[in-house]
Design a protein around this ligand. Structure first.
Ligand code: ADP
Ligand code: MG
Length: 309
């Protein structure tokens, strides 16, 4: 049986193919990125290069992708978010992959998210979308305000959010889910938080030293959704040490916050004025409510309790 080389020679009588291969090889070796590696590794010999051509091609191609990085979601590399590096080991050139800067940032972001236990996404909320949402008269306003918010959201530039007020079971949380999913298609991250659990969690965080870290993460969420605010866990402490600082930061940075509540603005103010130390702290409650009012559009979600349907 003839060797591949012989077969190639017979096929490539005028040597054109051979020349093309040689040219490509030279281009590869001359490329800035391979040159940089060779300069850092004076021990690399010609025979090492010849044995590692495919690795060098791979390295050049994948690194080239990084130079025109289209963002993590569209990363064209073999393993999304991984970047190749060359090294030598026992007389041969080897390739290894590690996380790129963007991937590392994304993972740090996710780790921060995992800090927050009260971040919650029940299954039906997770898949809520505007497309398959049931419509009805009483909710038409809420749906269109919700959709409008999602379509025009621009955290950092536009700080106005929504205040979804309505009775238990009318679909407020579900609407938040649909908004969160719509935002996801625009690569805008939202934190959907069950507020009573969050306030409890923050109280505990004082004890285990994670308070500041948790506050920081929630404060900086591109879009923050505080579900069911105003329930029994709202205390003077959560008002002054958690809610106040979060809202103050977000308003200054123009990061929108969405609320859902069974209480309207005035009723929530009553809730926030209550102090367990005794007495009513109207001024403090008013100040926070002024902020909330100024930075949300009030939307009533009507309809029946869907949980009893
Ligand atoms: P709320 O937060 O106002 O108490 P939920 O959002 O939890 O109410 O909704 C109650 C139930 O109705 C949930 O099981 C939810 O999945 C369902 N639901 C709410 N809105 C819709 C909708 N537009 N289309 C389909 N199912 C809905
Ligand atoms: Mg709810």
């Amino acid at each position: 049986m003839e060797s591949i080389e012989q077969a190639l020679k017979a096929f490539d009588q005028d040597g054109r193919l051979q020349k093309r291969i040689e040219r490509q090889r030279q281009e590869l070796l001359d490329s800035a990125i391979v040159q940089a590696f060779l300069q850092d590794h004076p021990d690399v010999t010609r025979s090492m290069i010849d044995r590692a051509l495919s690795k060098l091609y791979e390295f050049k191609k994948e690194r080239g992708n990084c130079q025109t990085c289209p963002g993590l979601d569209h990363c064209p590399n073999m393993i999304k978010g991984f970047q190749p590096a060359l090294y030598t080991e026992r007389g041969s050139i080897e390739i290894s992959y590690s996380r790129c800067q963007l991937k590392r940032e994304q993972e740090a972001e996710q780790a921060k998210l995992q800090l927050i236990q009260s971040l919650y996404i029940p299954k039906d909320i997770l898949k809520a979308t505007f497309d398959d949402m049931e419509q009805n008269e009483e909710r038409a306003d809420a749906l269109s305000e919700g959709l409008e918010f999602a379509l025009s959201a621009n955290p950092g530039e536009k700080g106005k959010g929504l205040y979804l007020y309505g009775k238990f079971g009318v679909g407020k949380t579900y609407l938040l889910g649909a908004i969160a999913n719509e935002l996801k298609t625009k690569n805008i991250q939202s934190y959907l938080i069950y507020t009573p659990d969050f306030f409890r969690e923050m109280k505990q965080a004082i004890g285990d030293g994670s308070f500041q870290e948790k506050l920081e993460a929630v404060r900086k969420a591109p879009v923050l959704m505080l579900d069911d605010i105003g329930a029994e866990t709202t205390t003077a402490w959560t008002r002054d040490e958690v809610l106040g600082p979060i809202l103050q930061y977000r308003m200054a940075e123009k990061l929108p916050t969405l609320f859902t509540s069974n209480y309207d603005y005035d009723e929530l103010e009553e809730q926030l004025a209550y102090s367990e130390k005794g007495g009513i702290e109207r001024l403090k409650a008013k100040r926070i409510m002024e902020r909330i009012k100024h930075f949300t559009t009030f939307v009533e979600v009507g309809g029946q309790n869907r949980r009893s349907m």
